[in-house]
Design a protein around this ligand. Structure first.
Ligand code: BV8
Length: 238
């Protein structure tokens, strides 16, 4: 395996499913419990900020109760042991990749453990419940804090950097995402058009399955450790 090769890994809610974190669109998933429009849009936040704060407070409070699973640990091993570069671009807002040991992680949809001030636009770590009575530690204004997550209709983070990574990677691996949400759902085409080998590892075929050159369907916690072994031993050719 030559050292100059680059791997980009896109992850979605499915990689955290075996850790006990709800996905969005599976049976009983988050969007079957609450309307996306009400809790994951700027309009929903403006209409009922208390409802949105409590939706994210409940998900943030769950983080200490869940653990990374073998899929997260497999990607952290890949980053440590692969001769080239490994970058995770995650749609997830949990901290499980970092807790499994991954150091190169881009949270394109933000992070539950960060807050953003609507007034001064500063983001900062925030692990407890967010409330409207809280003052921004940066500008001092009260009632301007929101979860630092990217809602529908908002620009995902670090898009220029992500597209640059996609255009220069040799392997694009997508794990645990249904391919519903853009622009993440288009990344496989961007990578493939620039010469990357593309593979999907997902419980079931995603909406974008036909864009991938290779697919493996099953649980990420079972399939990813095997796949990482194949990458590290060179038995998976790309
Ligand atoms: C934007 C917030 C402009 C935090 C989220 C066409 C082009 C461009 C945009 C659009 C378009 N059409 C519509 C849009 C707008 C919209 C969009 O995509 N809407 C969808 C609903 C149609 N997109 C946006 O608004 C985005 N912004 O477009 O800005 C722009 C355009 C171009 C370039 C730059 C900017 C902003 C989107 C971000 C929204 N915020 N989250 C939060 O609350 O979490 S999205 C939300 O969905 C989560 O982040 C989640 O991660 C994400 C994607 O869901 P998945 O991760 O895929 O989860 P899902 O449940 O769907 O699937 C789980 C999968 O795992 C399943 O396939 C299942 O089979 C599998 N699985 C389950 N268990 C396992 C497993 N796999 C393996 N092992 C297991 N054990």
């Amino acid at each position: 395996m030559s050292g100059s090769r680059n791997i980009v890994v896109l992850t979605g809610a499915g990689i955290s499913a075996e850790s006990g974190v709800d996905t969005f669109r599976d049976e009983g998933g988050i969007w079957s419990q609450v309307r996306l429009e009400d809790v994951a849009t700027p309009e929903g936040f403006a209409a009922d900020p208390v409802r949105v704060q409590s939706f994210y407070n409940a998900r943030r409070a769950q983080l200490p109760l869940v653990e990374p699973n073998p899929a997260h640990f497999a990607l952290a091993r890949l980053e440590r042991e692969f001769e080239g570069s490994v970058m995770i671009v995650t749609q997830n807002i949990d901290d499980l990749h970092e807790r499994a040991g991954s150091q190169k992680v881009i949270h394109m949809h933000g992070e539950l453990k960060k807050a953003l001030c609507c007034a001064c636009k500063k983001s900062f770590p925030h692990e407890s419940d967010l409330s409207l009575e809280e003052a921004c530690p940066k500008c001092g204004q009260v009632g301007t804090l929101r979860p630092d997550v990217v809602w529908f209709g908002e620009m995902p983070y670090q898009m220029d950097r992500i597209y640059d990574l996609l255009r220069h990677c040799d392997l694009f691996l997508s794990v645990g995402t249904s391919g519903n949400v853009y622009p993440a759902a288009q990344f496989v085409q961007e990578a493939g058009q620039h010469g990357a080998h593309t593979i999907e590892i997902n419980l079931e075929p995603s909406l974008g399955v036909s864009d991938f050159e290779d697919t493996r369907h099953g649980k990420a916690g079972e399939l990813l450790p095997i796949f990482v072994d194949e990458l590290l031993t060179g038995s998976y050719h790309f």
